[in-house]
Design a protein around this ligand. Structure first.
Ligand SMILES: [Zn+2]
Length: 381
């Protein structure tokens, strides 16, 4: 299932490091480590069966190219699924089709949970197209639209409400501190509707030294700051995906104490655009791998790129697109970019995705569907 990465071009690495080639023997470790986080599979809906956990299997995450929007499909070891956001409306259903391409790859016939982080068009816009293509078990969102003065946002919200009204799916209101019941991992909502968790995640809560060097910013008044954010923990592996959560809310989460702790994978907030990714947050979570859902002309701000690249534990940043704003100095090497310069302008993009395999011992494998090559990051000992 995991492609060999031996032919991955070493000259393309923008950070010198040895490629991990070992296939870790993780089963014993996983069996020991996973025991405390196992939760009973939820059977609230009649069509939901119990999902046995296969300890050696990875959590798989597909980062879909929705041209500067957000759509990330999490498929658990027991084949449950969580889709975070749906990309844009229109374009003849382009983004829903791209989501369906990875849905097919993951061999899913439904999506268990669809989390809508907030109501901007690049996140909620794809919902009407998507529900025509695949059943959704549960919709999760932060409640009412808080940016009613913005016409496209209100339109996106209303289109989503129409879908909810005609759906038999369960509707769940996201609240910080609650969990999404995916078997074998712990998926905690850490932000929703402008609020963040009041108490640290287990093991977190240490003072964050990066707060005092990070300037504060005024409270965001848009839907971005209302984003539902999640932290997924699978064994030792931790992934954070905060939608478009803004700098001010990041600092509420991270200062003065770091309520999240360290992360292995940072799903870069807000397409790598400057209103998010404060140093207090990025340096505080200190990811080993970051995956940025920028478009060629949206997101990928050089200042954010620098903050991520300079964060203390980073091995690699991956980009869904070349960033025009980043130019020569602020783009990663081509091997780490799913859609190269001009892809979206000339061809409507080829829609290449990035796939992450996250193993419970901390081993990560990142795959670029354009190059069809993978890179392995060994577990941190
Ligand atoms: Zn966005």
């Amino acid at each position: 299932m995991t492609r060999s990465m031996q032919s991955f071009p070493s000259e393309a690495s923008h950070r010198r490091q040895a490629y991990g080639t070992k296939v870790a023997a993780i089963a014993v470790f996983a069996a020991i480590f996973l025991a405390p986080v196992l939760v009973p599979a939820q059977t609230a809906r009649p069509n939901f069966r119990r999902h046995p956990v296969s300890l050696a299997k990875p959590l798989t995450v597909y980062f879909v190219d929705v041209e500067g929007g957000h759509a990330a499909l999490y498929v658990t070891p027991s084949h449950q699924s969580l889709l975070v956001d749906t990309g844009w409306p229109d374009h003849n259903g382009r983004d829903a089709d791209r989501i369906m391409a990875v849905v097919k790859h993951a061999d899913l016939d439904h999506i268990d949970y669809l989390l809508i982080t907030h109501y901007h068009a690049d996140h909620v816009g794809g919902v009407p197209n998507l529900v025509q293509r695949i059943p959704i078990g549960n919709f999760i969102d932060h409640g009412p639209n808080r940016e009613t003065t913005n016409a496209p946002t209100q339109q996106g919200f209303e289109a989503y409400q129409a879908v909810l009204a005609h759906s038999n799916a369960k509707h769940i209101l996201a609240r910080p501190g609650e969990t999404i019941p995916l078997a074998g991992l712990t998926t905690t909502i850490v932000s929703a509707d402008g609020k963040v968790i009041a108490t640290p995640l287990p093991g977190a809560g240490q003072p964050n030294p990066y707060c005092k060097t990070t300037p504060t910013r005024p409270q965001d008044q848009t839907e971005n700051g209302r984003s539902d954010g999640i932290v997924l923990q699978y064994g030792k592996t931790r992934i954070v995906d905060l939608g478009d959560l803004t700098w001010d809310r990041e600092m509420q989460l991270m200062c003065p104490d770091n309520r999240l702790g360290r992360m292995d994978v940072y799903v870069v907030s807000h397409h790598g655009w400057y209103p998010s990714s404060s140093p207090a947050f990025v340096d505080g979570i200190a990811p080993r791998v970051a995956i940025m859902g920028n478009g060629e002309t949206k997101g990928g701000t050089p200042s954010v790129w620098d903050i991520i690249e300079k964060s203390p534990r980073l091995k690699d940043l991956w980009q869904l697109h070349y960033s025009a704003e980043g130019g020569l100095q602020h783009n990663v090497a081509a091997a780490y970019i799913a859609n190269l310069k001009g892809a979206s302008i000339k061809n409507g993009s080829d829609g290449h995705y990035i796939r992450l395999l996250a193993y419970p011992d901390g081993r990560l494998v990142v795959y670029n569907s354009r190059t069809q090559q993978s890179k392995t990051y060994p577990a941190v000992q």
